[in-house]
Ligand binder design. Sequence first.
Ligand code: UD1
Ligand code: CA
Length: 511
Amino acid sequence: MSTPSKTSGKLTTPDAGTIAIILAAGKGTRLKSDLAKVLHRAAGLPLLSHVLRSCDGLALDSSLVVLGYQSDDVRAVAAAHGARWVLQEPLGGTGHAVAAARTAAASSRFALVLPGDAPLITSDSLRMLLDAHLHNDAAATLLTAHLDSPAGYGRILRRHDGSVSAIIEEKSCTPEQLSIHEVNSGIYCFTLEKLWPCLEQLRPENSHRELYLTDAIALLDRKSFRVAAISCPPQEILGCNTRAELAAADHILRRRKIDALMDSGVTIYFPETVVADADVQAGQDTIIEPHAMLLGSTVIGARCRIAPGCVLQDASLADGVVLKPYTLVTSSRMDTASAAGPFAHLRDGARLDHEARAGNFVEIKNSRLGHGVKAMHLSYLGDASIGAKTNIGAGTITCNYDGKKKNSTAIGEGVFVGSGTELVAPVTIGSGAYIAAGSTITQDVPPNSLAIARARQEVKPGWAAARRSAGASPEIPANGSSFAVPGAPSTKPRPKKTSGSPKRRQKPPAP
Ligand code: UD1
Ligand code: CA
């Protein structure tokens, strides 16, 4: 087996057959970005990943990615797909990029050549292209599309008999050629032994001073080699040269995903408002309501209900999970029949066991709620483990951060944590214990005991009435129907200030 050279790497060994060469070296100037074009994401994945996946469906010998700008990062995407790579240095155009792959592609007879910035191409269209190439015994077969607005694409020149003679880049087109609606997708199949000599003959005679792969078509034609062409649906060839095209590709990919989910038995209401990334999965009879966002590697089981406005990023939901409106679940796991929301936030390794529930305005981070645990209102639970059937009262807070590090809280099974409790970590609450409402717990609580950690209440009979009769607010209005809000301006007209000595307010009796 050959070892990777300085400018190329191998994860698999190619044999004589068909490979894919994916051109991914360019910067993407028109995106006006510091990020390489093929690393921009559509439907949650880098553009390059979509192209590599469409090739995966074809059982080719291998895929070879041409790297250049930000090559380390682009190589990482290629490697994640098991693709090989080759470095193009310097960046001299699409013809130069294919030539850079020559050594690495040496033993292959045919190559599918694809741009790394066209993520909508399907395996079906690529298979059709490959079949047409082999069937026609062609030197090159072009994948073309007929666009209503062909601006930005190379145009296909055909003779009267329909045969292809050349591809002309838009900038070189005559006004007459600009009106041609058949465009070059940038996707081709080549018979490599016929292509390589033509690449050597390319000249940078264009405004960019680059070697254009498109010029190889006229060269092949001039040598009387057969150039064939087939068409695919216009939508599949969209290249992401601009932010607007990127947004359009993202929209189409996510719409495809929504359609696939519905086909597989998921109900999606107002599907045009729901956003789903390419890798999202959802089980049968799950219901997804408007404006949900299902992102990253999110997996949703069967018979779940995702209410409006929920955002799931890399979430894992088992069967029968209910998310109420506006719940956010990131990198967290929910077991069967657990529930969260409305307005709950599960993040960074939160886990709800079977039938556990996190309610209104509850945030859970890196914590596990055991079977049937309820934390229904206004709580923060961070770095905590909570045993089965424990009840977390409204407003409970685990004080997990001491200013330097995160500390954990362990709560046993069947614990009752009263409302408004603060648990100052590290702290352990034994199973079956009771925590009185409003406690600030700083020490471990043994099982089955009661902990009260709050000031004892004092009652002073008549204090408030005495205060009022001394003229202090709050006042009881004449009709006695409601109290004035302390601190709010009085509704009574204020007596006009006189120049004489003002009557001093009397203090209420000391408490
Ligand atoms: C190219 C075609 C055009 C076609 C369009 C379809 C040429 C000259 N033009 O134009 O006919 O209609 O695609 O989308 O081929 N790349 C490299 N190395 C380079 C230059 C580019 O790897 O030196 C890569 C880019 O990263 C990109 C792909 O090749 O992924 C295509 O390059 P791009 O600049 O986007 O070509 P277009 O102008 O879109
Ligand atoms: Ca392009």
